[in-house]
Ligand binder design. Sequence first.
Ligand code: IMP
Length: 426
Amino acid sequence: MGNIIIVGTQWGDEGKGKIVDCLTEKSNVVARYQGGHNAGHTVVIGDEKFILHLIPSGILHKGKMCIIGNGVVVEPKALIDEIAELEKRGVKVTRDNLRVSKNSHLIMPYHILLDGWKELKKGSKKIGTTGRGIGPCYTTKAERSGIRMLDLFWPEQFKEKLKANISDINCMLEQIPGVEKLDAELIYNDYIAYGKKLEKFVDDTDITINEAIKSGSNCLFEGAQGTLLDVDHGTYPFVTSSSATAGGAMTGLGVGPKCVDEVYGVAKAYTTRVGEGPFPSELSDDTGQLLREKGAEYGATTGRARRCGWLDFVVLRHAVRVNGLTGLVITKLDILDDMEKIKVCVGYKYGNETLRDFPKELPKLEGCTPVYEEVDGWKGQATTGVRSYDKLPQKARDYIALIEKTLDVPVVIISTGQDRDDIIYR
Ligand code: IMP
């Protein structure tokens, strides 16, 4: 199978978790390269539903090595809870199937406070973050005052860094009414205790993964969020703070570009977005509501209702380009089953111009209106649970063909339902 990057092509929630879970069968290593517990990857196996936030969905398979790379920001308590929840449900988590990078940065209590405070200050201009401290953690990483996983095992050094950080943060917190100052000693003790619980998983993951690649293992590099939430290539500033595109896999794991065989972009058969920011093909009508209800479009991490709209080829064209996609994975095709007609956004109208490429300027993007083409739906011929391409209704196959033709990328996998087995490999 080779080494494959799995990346979101829209604003996250494309169903990457399920696809990684399915491809894990033929892989040896599954490695997450960015983001943190802002992500929510859902996998349904029979009657059981697993929502993973930090641990790669490969953990649900026996004998696979799962890696949380250096590019991920780790809230240690969230990781400990996730491991405990998996263990409670019969999934064994040991050093044989989970490793966490020594270099991963830790989300500290002050990151979460700052996330909330910054959003509050922005008022109507807020980003709509998940409130998990992600942005502030990546900020301290870039600013070089971050605490890494390895610091927990160098107590004196950790204490010194933490005290310096807390002293800075407390000066800032003084300005926030009703917020108490942080106690460095308490945080130190909590984090040292977290370190003791996580120590067995901590690893030089760059070495582990490169050795696996060298020995011929197949690796999946699992992205979180999506291209339009990428800090460089997304709808800045309405983005997350990490590199959610394919390039993030290299820096977020410490692997070279030559080891990558395929880059698969996951796209829903329509589009969703959670949080604030531009979304040209958004539907604020009954059709949008229908997609939300039928597609159960509520956040796996925050429970927020997702904004819904038609498939947007301008977005996808951008994703194909900046990720160098070699294959597309279309998920939730079955959610369109009740549609008489389906629209696809083929361009944006901006003044007298029709744009084919995604504009980078926010005011320009906000001034764009979608240009749609309409195609026939396959109403009355359900695709739910269809497991072979030939069994899809002709109109559904036409929809897939339209995607391939427009984007000039083959659709390699189609997901037709929640269950692990509701999938078509081509
Ligand atoms: P943050 O990552 O919590 O800072 O949030 C920044 C933006 O990314 C917000 O619009 C969030 O709703 C969005 N976001 C973060 N993680 C996810 C995700 O896993 N799926 C979808 N949207 C996300």
